[in-house]
Design a protein around this ligand. Structure first.
Ligand SMILES: NC(=O)c1ccc[n+]([C@@H]2O[C@H](COP(=O)([O-])OP(=O)(O)OC[C@H]3O[C@@H](n4cnc5c(N)ncnc54)[C@H](OP(=O)(O)O)[C@@H]3O)[C@@H](O)[C@H]2O)c1
Length: 267
């Protein structure tokens, strides 16, 4: 059997209603895992399930608000009844909120604390903390699990303007390391991926103007990306499938950059 075969695994992808999480869910299903598509948006969740099933995969949608532990618990119980114990968790919930993007009209010092907290909660609390609190101990109890958190290039060196997002994603890397150490002897590995730039819903306004042409920021990003292009969501699948299964049996606390070289570029 291939090192990358995930037959028999149950993969939970929170934020699989979104662009990157959705592509990751498809990739995990193609590798053989049964996939639980989690998120709040039922319409997008069901569309993703249908797409996976159309390709012969197994998937179910479970509504979950990752900002609420009770909602995650309900979803976990329902999905484990339907698909079996979860063995893979991908945390793909997050994004930058324009309300905390620094602009000429919104300098750093005028960011509202409530907005800061909401964006921090989205990326760190819903993005990692609560899902790991809900799914991690059940994996530990069974002695088997692989958790993959989604960081960002901004976690490594803060990009301009997206200050809250950068700080929260830096904390995602740090919490990943903490949990990897905590559960290392208990059969649960915890790693992260660092996507470069992938056009999605949450960053559309930063990357494109209303008529769809690239913003100055897009030109700067692509100029700074050695491969000179955006990533395609399916290009994240290889790193996730690797981290999810037995190919990475001795890999924990690591971060895989899938960024077209963005973080290796200086001049
Ligand atoms: N796109 C990029 O270039 C890029 C680069 C680096 C990192 N990332 C990270 O990759 C991850 C996925 O982002 P994306 O670009 O694919 O954005 P996206 O399409 O907006 O997906 C984000 C998903 O998060 C889910 N979500 C938000 N709040 C939630 C909550 N309270 N409970 C459950 N789900 C919630 C949303 O699903 P519902 O609306 O269904 O709840 C949404 O589908 C994020 O962590 C993002 O920061 C993206």
């Amino acid at each position: 059997m291939s090192l990358f075969d995930l037959t028999g695994e149950v993969a939970v992808v929170i934020g699989a209603t979104g662009v990157l999480g959705g592509a990751i869910a498809e990739g995990l299903a193609e590798a053989g895992a049964k996939v639980a598509v989690l998120g709040r948006n039922q319409e997008r969740g069901l569309a993703r399930v249908n797409s996976i099933r159309a390709k012969g995969g197994v998937a179910e949608f479970f509504a979950a608000d990752a900002l609420r532990r009770d909602s995650l618990q309900q979803a976990r119980e329902a999905l484990e009844k339907a698909l079996g114990p979860s063995t893979i968790l991908v945390n793909a919930t997050g994004g930058n909120d324009p309300k905390v993007t620094v602009t000429a009209d919104l300098p750093f010092e005028r960011i509202e604390l409530t907005d800061w907290r909401a964006n921090f909660d989205l990326n760190l609390v819903a993005g990692v903390l609560l899902p790991c609190q809900e799914f991690g101990p059940a994996m530990v109890a069974r002695g088997k699990g692989s958790i993959i958190n989604v960081a960002s290039v901004s976690a490594h060196l803060p990009l301009s303007r997206v200050v809250t997002y950068s700080a929260a994603k830096a904390a995602v890397l740090n919490l990943t390391l903490f949990l990897s150490r905590e559960w290392a002897t208990q059969g649960v590995r915890v790693n992260s991926i660092t996507p470069g730039f992938f056009p999605a819903e949450q960053n559309r306004k930063l990357l494109f103007t209303e008529d769809g042409s690239p913003t100055a920021r897009t030109k700067a990003i692509l100029g700074h990306t050695p491969m000179g292009r955006f990533g395609e969501p399916k290009e994240l699948v290889g790193a996730v499938v690797f981290l999810a299964g037995k190919a990475a049996s001795f890999v924990t606390g690591t971060d895989i950059r899938v960024d077209g070289g963005f973080l290796s570029q200086t001049l």
